[in-house]
Design a protein. Structure first.
Length: 152
């Protein structure tokens, strides 16, 4: 029985993949800068461009795509667009819970819990934070705890 050879696109990416990822990262970084400066609409455009590149060339269920979804979720929280924030954060949580650093997944769960809190659903926020037994404290500067667990 012959099997297809395994191609690790991170080690040996195609030119198209590498260029798409590079362009997506550039757009994501520009979006972050714009968001920090309060230019939310311009940041949204950059984040959506990054996400669309990743979806087209890399795929939905990847950590790098989850990163863009998390960034969009955070932006939509700042813009008080909670339905859109929830949509992207749920997808980020699903991907990051399945495959990714534990701390990154906890950050996406924390962001989703913030959406629930903003809607007044404190029970859903609590459930989200406790859903895996590992969480990220939103107030590390205040509580002085080692952020609940080691970053992985």
């Amino acid at each position: 029985m012959q099997t297809e050879p395994y191609l690790n696109t991170h080690v040996n990416p195609s030119l198209t993949y590498a260029m798409a990822l590079s362009e997506a990262v550039r757009n994501n970084n520009e979006g972050l800068t714009l968001s920090k400066n309060g230019q939310y609409e311009a940041a949204e455009e950059k984040y959506l461009t990054a996400l669309n590149l990743k979806l087209r060339y890399i795929g939905e269920n990847t950590i790098t795509t989850a990163l863009s979804r998390n960034a969009l979720g955070e932006l939509y929280i700042a813009m008080n667009r909670l339905d859109e924030a929830e949509k992207h954060l749920k997808l980020a949580v699903e991907i990051r819970n399945a495959d990714g650093p534990t701390f990154d997944a906890a950050c996406s769960r924390e962001n989703l819990a913030i959406v629930y809190e903003m809607r007044g659903d404190l029970l859903a926020a609590k459930k989200m934070r406790k859903s895996t037994g590992k969480f990220a404290c939103g107030n590390c500067d205040v509580c002085m705890a080692p952020c609940c667990f080691e970053k992985s």
